[in-house]
Every structure is written in structure tokens, then in C-alpha cells.
Design a protein around this ligand. Sequence first.
Ligand code: NAD
Length: 284
Amino acid sequence: MILIDGKLLASEIKEKLKVEVSELKQKNIHPKLAVILVGDDFASKKYVNNKKIACEYVGIEQELIELGSDIIEEELIKVIEKLNNDESVHGILVQLPLPKHIDSYKIISIINPNKDVDGFHPENVGKLSIGCEGLISCTPNGIMRLLEKYNIDVWGKNCVVIGKSNIVGKPITMLLLKENATVTVCHIETRDISSITRQADVIIVAAGKLGLITSDMIKPGVVIIDVGINRNEDNEICGDVDFDGCKNKASYLTPVPGGVGPMTIAMLMENCVKVAKNISLYHE
Ligand code: NAD
């Protein structure tokens, strides 16, 4: 089994971006990401901090806007509109989940799609579905880059996606279809998942369920991309795959941590630089 090293590829990408950012700065373009954090959810704060560390490394300026969990929708919309109109801001990211009284879809739809570095705006989601250039959501984009790096061609292959969220399952399905894979999407209501996974050449699992994929569910030589983030009984971070059980049967496998996670952040950085570069072309 070959271990797919997301940490390594993510650091290669960040090194390249570092150079591109310094070239942009020479043209007086200073890439900047605005991050809106509503409330004080522990996991969200940790994710935001990881993004801040990556921004600092690459040279992207980060503005963190922290808002109370009792903020009303109208106020949040005003904050986003201000950032939409601020020419010094290239990327806008609203850390999800938002408090229950706020309509996340409405909030994401307010972001200028050209600054939507998470790729969640309906315009970018639509572009992805029809195979047009737009800002692609970071986790699925990172998965495709990992497959590319390891020369794993999905053309005509049986790819099984487990999970149908807007953040991972649906967009990765679109990207796989774009590459002419045959895609089956499974979710919590799917019956007899193992009969489907046993046919898979590639499995992408994003369910958030510890130990969901076991060795009896896979065929020898399968490629497995594990997106899940869970805690085991020892409080260690683990994916959705029974790693030890599957490692001798799979041909390629992503570790958790160190697989998809670092790629998500690298793709966010890449999207910020992409927006800043487009602006630089506009000024030339
Ligand atoms: P979600 O909760 O929005 O969606 C989970 C999906 O999995 C649903 O479609 C559900 O039907 C399906 N599912 C759940 N349990 C299942 C089961 N037992 N069998 C089959 N299908 C099942 O979650 P999400 O936002 O897509 O995230 C999924 C996982 O990926 C989570 O663990 C999350 O933390 C992780 N994640 C990781 C990254 C990363 O960068 N590594 C990014 C996003 C999400």
C-alpha cells in the first residue's frame, strides 16, 4: 500500500504560493483573506487558527472578524457587504457552522462570488456542476490534486463517494464526473453499502463515522481517500476508514491526520492567490 502524503503535497503547494505572493506584492497587490467567525465554537476557532498559520506562512494577510453568537442576520449581511466592496480584500470566508438562528445559505449567497474562496456560493457551485471555471471548494479540490499527484486516473473507473454534503460529497462527485469517472453516491439511507463499495476502484469517504469502511467492504487494490475526522476512544484523531484493517488490501490510502486535511487549507490559500492574481491581470 502506498500512503498518500497530503502534508507533503500541501507544503509543496504552499512553497509555490509563497513565491507567487511575493511576486504579487512587488506589483503592489497584497493578497488578503477576511475570515468571519461567529460565536465561540471550539472546533471553529481551531480551524480559523490553522488558516491563520497557513496565511502567515504563505504571506497572505488575514483579517479576523469575530462576532457574537447573538448577532442578527442583517448585521452579518452588512459586515459581508462591506468586505465585498473593500478592494483590499480578495477572499471572504464565513466559518461554518453558523448559529441556528442564521440562514447559512442566505449568508453564503451574499458573498461576492469572485471573493468566495470556500467555493460555497451558489454561482460557484453551479459553475462546478456544468464544468465551468470558478472557485472550487477546497476539500474536493484538494482530493483531486492528491489523485493527480499520485497518477491515479479516475477516467472510466468505478468511484464510490460516501456522503452527500454540499461541502464534500456533492462537489467531489461533480469533479469526478468532469474526469469521466463512473460515480455512485452513498449516504446514510443507502442500503447494503458494502455491495457497492466492493465494486469500487476508488472510494472517497466523507461520512464522519469512525470505522465505517472495513476490509471486508473493499476489493484488493482499491484506492481509498479518507475525508472523515473523528476521535477514537483514546481521543486520537481518526478517519472513517479502519486503517489497520484496510492497509494491506488497498493500493493507496490517505492517513488521518496528514491526508486530506492539509490539502483543504492549501487549496484555500491557492484560491486566495487566484483571486488576487485575477485582479492583477485586470490592472495590467
Ligand atoms: P455532513 O455531516 O454534512 O455529511 C455527512 C454525510 O455522510 C451525509 O450525507 C450522510 O448521509 C453521510 N453518512 C453519515 N453516516 C453515514 C453512514 N453510517 N453510512 C453512510 N453514509 C453516512 O458532513 P461533511 O461536512 O460532509 O463532513 C464529513 C466528514 O468529513 C466529517 O468527519 C468532517 O469532519 C470531515 N471533513 C473533513 C475535511 C477535511 O479537510 N479533512 C473537510 C470537510 C469535512
